[in-house]
Design a protein around this ligand. Structure first.
Ligand SMILES: *Cc1c(COP(=O)(O)O)cnc(C)c1O
Length: 471
């Protein structure tokens, strides 16, 4: 990929790419957020978390397992995406197979050799599975692979990110609690927090991602000591705003508030929020992880202590994915580094090119120096992602003509797949919204959003340039 050498290798934050270090949580924060909002930070012993960490780093017993686990800990994203959960770490151990491709275990229930075997499983002395809604060996391989790439202790894979969001918020926000979220977060997550959780007596406050965000958040947390969780997307869709995750995590943690980030647009290749101080990271795995526009799925990665609470709700909600879907995601996730790097590369070159054209207005992309989020992006992203948006200097219909005349990208919503997609939010994702709602979200009639796939850069460039020439 010769075009990739022309300056798009970005400043890489060492905390983003440092080899496999699992992020750690401050137990005081956990305790405050989960149970006792009024206790003080100093009161909580750190014993529980140390035990957690020790267990996490304990190798399996055989020398071979020890070797592969150590290899896993040293490995980079590219290698982990291929081997974690399978050759590395213990997910595949439960499958007891020498197959290179992870077997699809389709059974909905698992049998026990005898009652002692069952009791050993129930008491946690033996790793196995019982019933498909609570866990499945193929799904476990996927969960371990995601944890490795995300640098998380544990991951729960669900039937969509909305399912993961609902399970996470119901598990971690107490009755009568209070959530702070960003106005730019995914619209259905925002509606769930505001309307449905509102009906359950949970309050919500929304703040904008702008240069005053840190102080707005401090004000809200200062005025409301019932807040236990802050929810945000970063980067946001479609304006690609970036939260300063480390800074916001500090503000949250000083008040015992958990930070929860939807990191879908970055993918775990470009951003690892847990290594920056975030407590929970969610993905619409439908996008970069599944990567082929063919599976709806989601996940949440965090600390074992939090995952077990979310998993309990997930078991009730019944959001398990099928083992076949898990296999499709494993098959795609092992190539995520290649796919995301290709998309990063095309998007950055294209954003720079479009920004210089007279027929194009503002281009929203954190990789551009003109972006207000460029400096923050440089400290926390390993790549700027495959999605950007811009204004065409045309009206609603002129913009439609531009989109209709493109030959390579599909006109479709969603993002993160091999095929490039293009959409005009005014007539697609914001269709039916009032002018005020569009204006609040910065959506103009001439606004276009691209998700670049893995096609050849020159082909996409020629398609876009020829099309612009015609309008
Ligand atoms: C697509 C998307 C979602 C919704 O994903 P589902 O898996 O369909 O629930 C949520 N957040 C972001 C940022 C998305 O791009």
């Amino acid at each position: 990929m010769s075009q990739c050498s022309s300056g798009q290798k970005q400043e890489v934050n060492s905390s983003v790419t440092s080899s496999q270090q699992v992020a750690s949580i401050n137990p005081a924060i956990l305790d405050l957020a989960l149970m006792a909002p009024s206790t003080t930070l100093t009161k909580i012993p750190s014993l529980q978390i140390q035990r957690q960490q020790r267990r996490l780093l304990q190798p399996l017993h055989s020398p071979k397992h020890k070797r592969v686990r150590e290899a896993g800990r040293r490995a980079s994203d590219e290698t982990l995406a291929v081997h974690a959960g399978e050759k590395f770490i213990d997910g595949a151990a439960a499958l007891g197979t020498d197959s290179i491709a992870t077997p699809v275990v389709s059974s909905t229930t698992h049998w026990f050799k005898n009652s002692e075997d069952l009791i050993a499983f129930k008491e946690g002395r033996r790793q196995s599975f019982e019933y498909g809604r609570y866990g499945n060996p193929t799904v476990k391989v996927l969960e371990d692979k995601i944890s490795a790439v995300e640098r998380a202790e544990a991951t729960l894979v669900t039937s969509s990110i909305m399912n993961a969001i609902v399970a996470t918020l119901l598990a971690l926000v107490p009755p009568g609690g209070h959530i702070v979220a960003t106005t730019e977060c995914y619209s259905e997550a925002r509606a769930f927090i505001r309307d449905r959780m509102g009906k359950m007596g949970i309050r919500s406050t929304f703040i904008d991602i702008d240069e005053d965000m840190e102080s707005s958040l401090k004000d809200v947390l200062h005025q409301n000591d019932d807040v236990t969780l802050f929810y945000a997307d970063s980067p946001t869709n479609p304006m690609l705003k970036c939260l300063n995750i480390g800074q916001i995590a500090d503000v949250c943690h000083q008040k015992g508030v958990l930070l929860c980030i939807d990191s879908t647009l970055a993918s775990p290749i470009n951003q690892k929020p847990l290594t920056l101080g975030d407590d929970l990271v969610l993905h619409s795995a439908t996008k970069y992880m599944a990567g082929h526009h063919d599976v709806i799925t989601g996940c949440v990665s965090t600390f074992e202590v939090l995952i077990s609470k979310v998993r309990a709700w997930h078991n009730d909600l019944g959001g398990a994915i099928s083992p076949n879907a898990a296999y499709m995601i494993i098959r795609s996730l092992n190539k995520i580094a290649l796919r995301v790097e290709a998309s990063n590369c095309t998007a950055l070159l294209m954003a720079r090119l479009l920004e210089a054209l007279p027929k194009i207005g503002r281009v929203h992309y954190p990789g551009l120096e003109s972006s207000p989020w460029h400096n923050v992006a440089n400290t926390q992203l390993a790549g700027y992602g495959g999605v950007f948006s811009f204004e065409v200097k045309a009206d609603l219909h002129g913009t439609m003509m531009f989109i209709d005349a493109l030959e390579i990208p599909f006109i479709a919503r969603s993002l993160g797949g091999c095929e490039s997609l293009v959409q005009q939010p005014a007539v697609m994702s914001f269709s039916g919204h009032t002018d005020a709602e569009k204006a609040n979200n910065g959506i103009r009639d001439n606004f276009v959003r691209f998700s670049f796939g893995i096609e050849n850069f020159e082909d996409l460039r020629d398609d876009i340039l020829q099309t612009l020439d015609r309008i």
